[in-house]
Design a protein around this ligand. Structure first.
Ligand code: DON
Length: 304
């Protein structure tokens, strides 16, 4: 497989495409990111790494962090975790309040905001120093101790936290939040404010492509059963009300963030990360999705 040539083809195609998407503005700091940034990095199990564009530049990972927080929570808690958050696709926007009201404060899945807030609550209950330990976990997965948060993004999101505050208050009223809501929001916004590059993200996602171990390693970071489950949730819920469309076009488990990043996984083959800030109406990177669709088409490698 000539990954270099395939990425060159995608690069050329992207350059001739105009994105109709818009950069997220509800977190004002994200609106400052130049919309023409584009990076792509593929990390193959046995075919090296290949990249182009701004693939080494860090950006706000936002909801991609929900994969890391779910993983950490699953190492700290057994199947009871899924009494507090379900594993069904929501078919609704990532920050919707609708289902939460008539489903008694149990979020549909851990990747919509409500579900990720429950996971943050679990981390606070289980960890002594939640922020520090969460960051250490991400650094361990990416094998990079310099990964940190973007303080401006953190401050900016906390200043405009109204929607997530509504979600968490509603869940607290149903008894599905144990800790102080301010503390939970603080951890949630912290995890979303982590900045990583496409290269770093594709490294940090190796465990999901290799049954819980880094590539070329025997060390088991999470069990293969947990890996299977996390990949299944990425496949069915990773793109909110566009999970079907992402499956249809790309055919890989993955997770997006409003910073314009997407990470996708082909178990046994590769991990891939893309970054392009303009988002489609469902909050997912427009050109990022295009690039991944082209990757699985040109390589003939999707999970289907
Ligand atoms: O809570 C929020 O709204 C953001 N911190 C994260 C949302 C997000 O990334 C949705 N993904 N596409």
């Amino acid at each position: 497989m000539d990954y270099h040539l395939i990425l060159q083809t995608i690069k050329n195609e992207i350059q001739s495409l105009a994105s109709t998407g818009t950069v997220a503005t509800y977190i004002p700091e994200l609106a400052k990111v130049p919309p023409n940034k584009f990076g792509m990095h593929i990390n193959c199990m046995s075919n090296g790494t290949h990249s182009f564009g701004d693939s080494d530049e860090r950006f706000s990972i936002q909801s991609i962090s929900k994969v890391f927080s779910l993983t950490l929570a699953m190492t700290l808690m057994g199947d009871e975790l899924f009494d507090r958050v379900d594993v069904e696709p929501s078919g609704d926007p990532f920050n919707s309040l609708f289902q939460l009201e008539h489903e008694e404060g149990i979020p549909r899945n851990p990747f919509i905001n409500a579900g990720a807030l429950v996971i943050s609550d679990i981390l606070i209950s289980k960890l002594k120093h939640p922020k520090k330990e969460f960051l250490a976990f991400v650094r361990k997965l990416a094998k990079d101790k310099s990964i940190t948060i973007d303080q401006n993004v953190f401050d900016s999101e906390l200043e405009h936290i109204y929607r997530n505050a509504a979600l968490i208050n509603l869940m607290k009223s149903f008894g599905n939040i144990e800790n102080d809501i301010e503390e939970v929001l603080d951890l949630y916004v912290y995890q979303c404010a982590i900045a990583m590059s496409c290269a770093e993200l594709s490294k940090a996602f190796e465990i999901y492509a290799n049954s819980g171990s880094f590539f070329n390693s025997e060390e088991q970071l999470i069990t293969s059963r947990k890996t299977k489950r996390i990949n299944a949730i990425m496949q069915t819920c990773g793109f909110y009300d566009e999970a079907g469309e992402f499956s249809f076009r790309v055919g890989l488990p993955g997770k997006s963030g409003v910073g314009g990043g997407i990470v996708a996984v082909h178990p046994g083959q590769y991990t891939v990360a893309v970054w392009s800030p303009p988002l489609n109406p469902r909050g997912n990177s427009e050109l990022g999705m295009y690039a991944l669709e082209r990757l699985t088409t040109l390589t003939g490698l999707s999970i289907f």
